[in-house]
Design a protein around this ligand. Structure first.
Ligand SMILES: N[C@H](CCC[C@H](N)C(=O)O)C(=O)O
Length: 286
């Protein structure tokens, strides 16, 4: 059996596109984890399975490298939109991609499709939407303890769950130290993506991310939406801002109705025809 994947990245947050129309292999948590393994597999921060084309809808599935499925990925939908153009599935400049976390509207900003704007939907700070255990409330600057240290935490959903912690200084080490505790903390029944955020001024913030099901990554599309929405809700920024992450900078805009617009680049790395022995390994996981 043959198998081929296409590798792309969004600000260094790399994904493999696995097109079921070109591959017979069935994906499952075990073979996705092997595909994403940076030593024994291709290596990536996740797999984007699709397009599934039915009743003129385009949908995709976002897999995390631990084999779990995420409702949405901001870099993932932008990468997937670029793939759809490269593979000839779409010719229009504007269209929708359906994910488990809701519909994302895509607008290409250049001919090659390497710069895209995604309308990521509305955020919700309500505990039952994120979800967060306890009485129904909006989670804004609520003290939560991770690793025996209290933090002021803002939680929100943008289709997938996020917590955002405002700090004076941020670093990879710090977000990993917190994320190891917060990701699977008991108050998050569906786990959580963790962002620490430094506000530079009213139009610039900086973040580091520890992703649910992936750990530390160089950038997170849904994560920078969450950080921007939290910064704006806390009254620290204007509705339009730049979010600086280790992998690069995204343009964010919070619209009047709470919809979050995400604009940034994606890069195509290459097409990988998987070796027959490796494909047999992937198939061996039932
Ligand atoms: N790990 C995330 C999904 C990918 C998020 C990130 N890579 C993005 O670009 O939004 C989750 O389990 O919700």
């Amino acid at each position: 059996m043959k198998a081929v994947v296409e590798k792309y990245h969004g600000l260094g947050n790399d994904y493999l596109v696995f097109d079921p129309n070109k591959n017979k292999l069935e994906l499952n948590p075990h073979n996705v984890a092997l595909l994403c393994n940076r030593n024994f597999g291709v290596g990536a921060d996740g797999v984007l399975e699709g397009p599934v084309l039915e009743n003129d809808r385009i949908s995709m599935v976002v897999w995390n490298p631990d084999g779990s499925i995420a409702e949405k990925s901001g870099n993932g939908v932008r990468i997937f939109a670029k793939y759809l153009k490269d593979a000839g599935y779409v010719q229009k400049k504007d269209f929708h991609i359906h994910t488990a976390g809701g519909q994302v509207s895509i607008h290409y900003l250049n001919e090659e499709g390497t710069r895209l704007k995604a309308s990521m939907g509305k955020v919700s700070f309500w505990s039952d939407d994120v979800p967060v255990e306890g009485p129904r409330r909006e989670i804004i600057n609520e003290t939560m303890v991770f690793g025996r240290i209290p933090y002021p935490v803002t939680c929100l959903s943008i289709g997938n769950p996020h917590c955002v912690i405002l700090m004076d200084e941020i670093s990879k080490d710090l977000v990993c130290r917190i994320g190891r505790y917060s990701e699977s903390a008991r108050q998050f029944p569906e786990k959580i993506n963790t962002q620490i955020m430094k506000v530079l001024d009213r139009t610039h913030i900086q973040t580091e991310v520890y992703e649910r099901g992936a750990g530390y990554t160089l950038a997170s599309g849904s994560g920078c939406c969450a950080a921007a929405a939290a910064a704006y809700r806390l009254g620290l920024t204007d509705p339009k801002m730049l979010v600086q992450m280790p992998g690069g900078t995204m343009e964010l805009e919070i619209e009047e109705d709470g919809t979050v617009l995400l604009t940034g680049d994606v890069g195509f790395v290459g097409t990988m025809k998987l070796g027959s022995t490796f494909v047999e390994q992937l198939r061996s996981f039932t």
